[in-house]
Design a protein around this ligand. Structure first.
Ligand SMILES: Nc1ncnc2c1ncn2[C@@H]1O[C@H](COP(=O)(O)OP(=O)(O)OP(=O)(O)O)[C@@H](O)[C@H]1O
Length: 382
């Protein structure tokens, strides 16, 4: 267990010159003791093992080291080379946020950015501009994929230790103490970015709000921290299994009392269109916005929209779709670059399984079954 912790810490702090330390053994003892308490309601001492030092664990600020462990020289050159590229719209938002950071005042911004308008580009620059001054900018996202797009990005659930059964708790909080590494990060940080916040349950942001108020000893929204929320309400809203659309809308951030404190900033120019000067990309992005903005008629009986004429290529079966996206998969499947450029997205697991079966049945090779575990692990391991 101690070796797992050691590997995890080395991975999280790739540039930290860290050796095996007594604190790592201590963290392992704490984890073992937590399990024993849960299973047998006994501390390690009662089971003939050494007791962990709980206060020493609090001073083991891995989280704090992680957030301050950036190469400032690299960040400075990144900032200097990318600021001149910002469009007027992006520069206006960059300046407003950096000014608020430098003034040290609390504010809640929402960056309303349809796909392709340079939201990720801008956020990466803001993170770098804060970090190169040796200040902390915490990058969170609602999904793992979005988290990987931001340097130092982590899922909000894992970083904030949000309860897994959030929706059933009246007033959830983050499971973070003042003395913990993450508690210190949240007290010190100059900015918290939460990308794809539009997918998060409003209760997860409310939990962060409560915890920041407590950690920072300030009863203003989010403890007067500077928060940059980003996302697009035209895209996926919080997913609640077996719920109605009303439940999903009610779970979303706009229906939180926090929303009235939010200052919305907008990005509107599609950079993919602008940079490539591609007319068809422009038409496609316009059509996407029309759908997202509810301008396309919905069939009231089925609840579906009819896709605009020339919006995309339509196919008549899953087999045809597989053939279009993965032509000649029998031989191409060995080419990883080819594979990494294509994917089929489906809204339901049922369709994912069916599509996977069709693709796999086209590949003539020996089938290997790997075991997997799908139980929930500790929130901080997720
Ligand atoms: N000012 C800029 N100068 C040069 N390239 C830019 C600029 N803004 C954005 N880009 C590029 O445009 C593309 C789209 O930007 P980005 O990925 O940041 O958009 P996004 O709003 O996050 O889109 P999505 O939500 O679809 O991921 C990227 O390749 C990005 O590097």
């Amino acid at each position: 267990m101690a070796e797992d912790i050691f590997r995890r810490i080395r991975k999280e702090n790739s540039k930290m010159n860290m050796n095996f330390t007594a604190e790592i053994y201590n963290e392992a003892l704490i984890m073992i003791e937590d399990l024993c308490l849960e299973i047998a309601n006994k501390v390690l001492n009662q089971l003939g093992m050494p007791s962990p030092n709980r206060s020493a664990a609090a001073s083991f600020d891995v989280e704090l080291c992680r957030e301050q462990n950036y190469n400032t020289g690299d960040l400075l050159s990144y900032v200097q080379s990318n600021i001149p590229k910002l469009t007027l719209e992006q520069k206006g938002i960059y300046d407003q946020i950096m000014q608020t950071v430098n003034n040290g005042v609390g504010e809640i911004f929402f960056l309303d950015a349809p796909g392709g308008t340079g939201k990720t580009f801008l956020i990466r620059l803001i993170l770098a501009a804060i970090r190169f001054q040796n200040d902390i900018a915490l990058a969170l996202a609602s999904s793992e994929i979005a988290a990987t797009l931001l340097p130092g990005g982590r899922t909000a659930h894992s970083a904030l230790k949000l309860p897994l059964n959030l929706q059933f708790i009246e007033t959830p909080t983050c499971n973070i103490s003042k003395a913990s590494g993450m508690g210190k990060v949240l007290q010190k940080c100059k900015l918290i970015v939460w990308d794809e916040c539009t997918m998060a349950y409003k209760k997860s942001l409310e939990a962060l709000d409560r915890s920041l108020q407590d950690l920072r000893g300030n009863i203003r929204p989010f403890g007067d921290a500077l928060i940059l929320l980003a996302g697009d309400f035209r895209q996926t809203l919080p997913v609640i299994p077996r719920s109605t659309p009303e439940d999903e809308i009610n779970a979303c951030l706009k229906y939180s009392t926090l929303w009235r404190h939010v200052n919305t900033l907008k990005l509107t120019t599609n950079m993919r269109v602008q940079l490539q000067n591609d007319r068809s990309a422009e038409i496609f992005s316009h059509q996407l916005l029309e759908i997202g903005n509810g301008k396309v008629l919905v069939d009231l009986t089925s609840g579906r929209v009819s896709l605009p004429h020339s919006f995309c290529n339509l196919v008549t079966s899953k087999e045809e779709l597989v053939e279009k996206v993965f032509p000649n998969i029998q031989t191409n499947y060995k080419n990883h670059d080819w594979l990494s450029e294509r994917a089929i997205l489906a809204a339901k697991n049922k369709d994912v399984y069916e599509l996977n079966n069709i693709i796999q049945s086209n590949i003539q090779s020996e089938a290997v079954t790997y075991k997997s575990v799908d139980t929930v692990v500790e929130a901080d391991e997720g």
